[in-house]
Write a protein that binds this ligand. Structure first.
Ligand code: KG4
Ligand code: ZN
Length: 333
């Protein structure tokens, strides 16, 4: 079935729109809100306002780059959740209004499932069934993917997400938000010589709040002895923190691969952009005979191209939403 679909992502601090034609991405525009840098985290009210200001120009740019007139659209896909309620409302209301005026159907998309389908934007694509380590600012999951739209969460975090562990550590170290990419960069010139404990969590679940506490106590103790400790050891601290976050993720992934017998292993979400994690995945993959799949960097962090992929597969099934649909801050998988 021929299709041209506009997709909208507005769940957190990126306003994004993409156009997909018969399963191929024609454009993907992302406005990453810089408004939050000074606050050390995303401020929900500020995010909603920025989405409100940017959504129209971002959508217009996506249509222009794709060389598609809005009258040619067959459907509009949008992130229904999970995410910040005020941010989601901007994208959902915009998608519903535009679809109503064009008299075309709307397609609801689960943000975390979209992170997984980022693997279907380009080649090589993982083969079903595969496992996906989905690691972002709000989520840390190991997902079993049976087909494009059938997924099961095998393990999840019981407290903080992996991205949060990076961001909260960054805050302690006085780094800008989001701290993940900053720590990644600093870690490249550091040696992971400080030991932080690996939590013992059952099954395939994760925990990162204990790590944050142990980093905090360690730094407090060291700074008491030497006020310049953080400044003088920043690269090594970053390398050590990153090393531990990566080993927590990799060890659970090894357990999941053993339990399921699956060797098709993917990673997705903002933290999958981390160079330490990418390297560890490659090395573990080589050792264990896994096929490793990591999306291009631009499709790791939030973007509408991945929303468009889910919308495309749902469109093929005519899986449309009703106009009275509302966003969900918490959205069961
Ligand atoms: O998927 P994403 O863009 O948004 C959410 O859905 O949360 O992920 C954002 C998270 C932030 O916590 C950010 O610090 C982290 O991804 N992140 C990274 C890197 N790039 C982004 N963490 C570690 N290393 C990176 N290179
Ligand atoms: Zn995300």
């Amino acid at each position: 079935m021929e299709s041209i679909i506009l997709a909208i992502e507005s769940s957190c601090d990126d306003t994004s729109a993409a156009v997909i034609k018969n399963g191929k991405i024609l454009s993907n525009i992302v406005y990453s809100q810089l408004e939050h840098e000074q606050y050390g985290g995303v401020v929900p009210e500020v995010a909603s306002r920025a989405h409100h200001l940017k959504i129209l120009p971002v959508v217009e740019e996506a249509l222009k780059i794709a060389q598609v007139d809005k009258k040619e659209l067959n459907a509009i896909g949008f992130t229904r959740g999970p995410g910040l309620m005020g941010s989601l409302m901007v994208g959902v209301a915009f998608a519903k209004s535009l679809a109503m005026s064009l008299e075309i159907p709307i397609i609801e998309v689960h943000h975390m499932k979209a992170h997984v389908l980022a693997h279907f934007i380009d080649d090589p694509k993982p083969k079903f069934p595969f496992l996906c380590l989905t690691v972002s600012g709000g989520h840390t999951q190991i997902v079993l993917i049976k087909d494009h739209l059938t997924m099961e969460v095998l393990g999840t975090t019981i407290d903080d997400a992996a991205g949060e562990a990076f961001d909260k550590t960054g805050k302690i170290l006085g780094l800008n938000y989001p701290a993940g990419p900053v720590i990644d960069k600093l870690a490249r010139d550091g040696v992971p010589r400080f030991e932080f404990p690996e939590p013992r969590i059952k099954d395939l679940d994760f925990s990162f709040s204990g790590l944050k506490t142990s980093i905090l106590y360690f730094l407090k103790k060291e700074v008491k002895k030497d006020p310049d400790f953080i400044k003088d050891n920043l690269n090594d601290i970053c390398a050590s923190v990153q090393d531990r976050i990566v080993s927590i993720l990799i060890n659970k992934l090894i357990k999941a691969a053993k339990q399921t017998g699956i060797k098709e292993i993917a990673s997705a979400g903002g933290v999958s952009a981390n160079s330490g994690l990418r390297k560890a995945l490659e090395e573990t993959g080589k050792k264990r005979g896994w096929n490793i799949y990591t999306p291009q960097l631009q499709y790791c962090t939030d973007n509408a191209a991945m929303i468009a992929m889910v919308a495309h597969y749902k469109y093929l099934k005519k899986d449309f939403a009703e106009q009275d649909i509302a966003p969900l801050a918490r959205f069961p998988f």
